[in-house]
Design a protein around this ligand. Sequence first.
Ligand SMILES: [Zn+2]
Length: 435
Amino acid sequence: MKIQFIGATEDVTGSMTLVECAEGKILIDCGLYQGSDDIVKKNLRPLPFNPKEIDAIILTHAHLDHSGHIPRLVKLGFRGHIYATKPTLKLARLIMSDSAQILEKSEHHILSSFYEMEDVMIAISLFKPKKFHEPFELLGMSLTLRPVGHILGASSVFIQGEQKIVFSGDVGRFNDPIIFPPEKCPPTDILVMESTYGGKIRKGDLEEELAAFLKKIKRESQVGIIASFAVARGQLLITLIHKFYQLHPEEKVRFVIDGPMMTEANKVYKEFSHDTKCPEDLKTALEEVEVIDHIREWDSISKKEGPLVVVTSSGMVSGGRIWRYLENWQNDPNACLFLPGYQAAGTAGKALSEGQRTIHDEQGKMIHWSGEVLTSEAFSSHADQSELISWIKDIDKNTQIFINHGEVDSKQMFKDKLTELGYKNVTIATHNHSS
Ligand SMILES: [Zn+2]
């Protein structure tokens, strides 16, 4: 068996790893590179395989940096099956469709005509849902998906062929308010492991930070705009805000969400709420939240002074409805933008989080933000260094470990930590390297 590291070797996006055995080839994840123009251009590098020769794709979870390259492979002739859990496939359908729409309507995009909606539709026809813990056969190997926290439906992949291989996928935090903690990594010969927070112990408590933000919005009568990813982060925020207002009715202000994909993802989270830690809270929160959809609803809030709390996409201010909020309230020094998540280099979110106040939207329109900007890293859905180490507690110290999906420093710090703990075969995966 041969493993070739194709994506997520230089940073945290573009996840894609090839597994080759005597009977064929499969890909574990098939994601887009996201972030600055230089990173996005990496999507255009030639693939080191013929997509027509790929027998199947195993999708660990729906995030665009794991699923967003699938329609491209379809466009290039891939017709194998795409295996993942049911919620992952439902969310991937939304995420890939949204990506195709963005690429189709922006002719100056670096990835313009990278794929179209018809490629997404073909990809959807190739979906094969699989349940957690139910092994399935592929190319003479047995594969099992195991829950790994992170977001609804997310899994790690356990392959039993000539050797045992585990692909971690994105490992979730152990105390996420709505997603169950990850199941520990089983004993294995080879482990391919993410390291997003491999060099960090996370600071801050997300529920406390959110409560402080909501109280401040009420106290100072502000317009509070929360930039959120439409999938997972959005549903987490809606549930926590709903819960906070139930517990503290005296703090309640008007709370709305705005984002078509967030609304669609809410439906999937509602359908699979029984797979979460708090099915009733989640369902009620998603059913009761006020949605800004039509132009008349937008008109009703756009002249509002506050207090008001809005959750809108996108999480890194890289597109989506957030721009109309930034434009509308840009001259209000009492408006408050909250960025509760990772901001990739090259995004407006990153610029704002670093103190820049003049940014440009996707059409090049200038916005000068006069209000506050707050950031937090407590909302990440990734395990931090100590949680990643707990996750691999049951594996042998001689296991061959390949580290990917992390910034250069994170990968090195995680490797150093594992070596210090006695793991003997730790390698940082490099682009197109085979093992
Ligand atoms: Zn992810």
